[in-house]
Design a protein around this ligand. Structure first.
Ligand code: GRF
Length: 319
């Protein structure tokens, strides 16, 4: 199984970290923890991670100061990390760092977001007389506790609950929620349904695009309904291939062979389709460059679109 390589960032106790590590050990779990990085060298979490045989990095923020984020980035890249999970990590990640890791950092927060971002969530929920609290796993964006919600669990507030007793039960719920949501999120880039949604959103940015199947595979065509011409096809492990591949029109066999030879992780020669000029882009990868996919879709769209749609762009290009 192609497991996502996960790094966990911690500052303290690390009970969520432990839950993520143990769940990741199951052979069918789509992620595995390869690195635990702490900004406080004495954090108890780091002792646990070490005992569990996980690579541990102690990056002392109070010593590294501004160099901390570059050091963290270097270690994540050196360990070829796909996803970063925050587990009681007490630093606000700078916007430029978040930008470079967009969609690849997740966090767990002890409330039902968007209610109660920030600290002291349990006390606030009790003071407000709420009937329930809970936990949320969300994507990290530059604004604290406000990225896309990936999963939530509710926890009842009991009469007589204190912040401490409520925290204890919410923590049990966190330990179940976090590994489950991270596993779902880690398998998303390999899921043909999700890939099709991404391609569909990109393909529909161009004019007169509609759906059309090609020998049972989903495809996208341009032009009026009667004469619509295919410019992209999604071949989901077609004829035993490993790829969930996007087939687009290249300029010909020379360009195709050149690309496939230079970047065999990205490009392939699709069975049957290759002979008619369709180039395959492997999309069931964790490092797909969606800008590049968009560019290929545009190129392929232009090759298939009727001249009335491309004329203006052709004129602009000739200058
Ligand atoms: C958890 O309550 C988590 O929701 C919050 O910080 C706490 C960390 O606890 N972000 P632990 O270090 O995972 O035990």
């Amino acid at each position: 199984m192609d497991k996502a390589r996960v790094a966990i960032l911690v500052s303290g106790r690390g009970s969520n970290m432990a839950a993520l590590i143990y769940a990741g050990r199951a052979t069918d779990c789509p992620y595995q923890v390869f690195l635990v990085s702490g900004d406080k060298p004495k954090a108890p979490a780091l002792v646990v991670a070490e005992a569990e045989g996980i690579a541990v990095e102690r990056l002392d923020q109070s010593v590294l100061k501004q160099g901390y984020w570059q050091a963290l980035e270097d270690s994540l890249r050196a360990s070829k990390i796909d996803l970063v999970a925050l587990a009681g990590f007490m630093r606000i990640i700078p916007a430029d760092f978040v930008g470079r890791w967009a969609g690849r950092i997740v966090n767990i927060h002890p409330s039902l977001l968007p209610r109660y971002p920030g600290l002291h969530t349990h006390q606030v929920a009790i003071d407000n007389g709420d009937a329930k609290s809970g936990a949320t796993v969300h994507l990290v964006t530059a604004e604290v506790d406000s990225g896309e919600i990936l999963g939530q669990v509710e926890v009842a507030i009991l009469p007589g609950d204190t912040a401490a007793t409520l925290e204890e039960r919410v923590l049990i719920a966190e330990h179940q929620l976090y590994p489950r949501v991270l596993a779902q999120y880690a398998s998303r880039p390999l899921d043909a349904g999700w890939i099709e949604e991404q391609v569909d959103a990109l393909a529909r940015q161009f004019d007169e695009v509609g759906r059309k199947t090609s020998h049972g595979s989903p495809g996208w065509a341009v032009g009026s309904e009667k004469s619509a011409k295919l410019f992209a096809i999604l071949a989901d492990r077609h004829h035993g291939e490993d790829a969930v591949g996007l087939l687009v029109k290249a300029s010909g066999p020379d360009e195709m062979s050149g690309l496939i030879e230079a970047q065999p992780d990205i490009y392939y020669w699709p069975k049957y389709y290759g002979a008619s000029g369709w180039l395959g882009l492997k999309l069931n990868r964790r490092d797909v460059d969606w800008e590049q996919v968009r560019d290929w879709l545009e190129r392929s769209w232009r090759a298939a679109a009727p001249p009335r749609l491309t004329r203006l762009q052709d004129i602009a290009d000739s200058f």
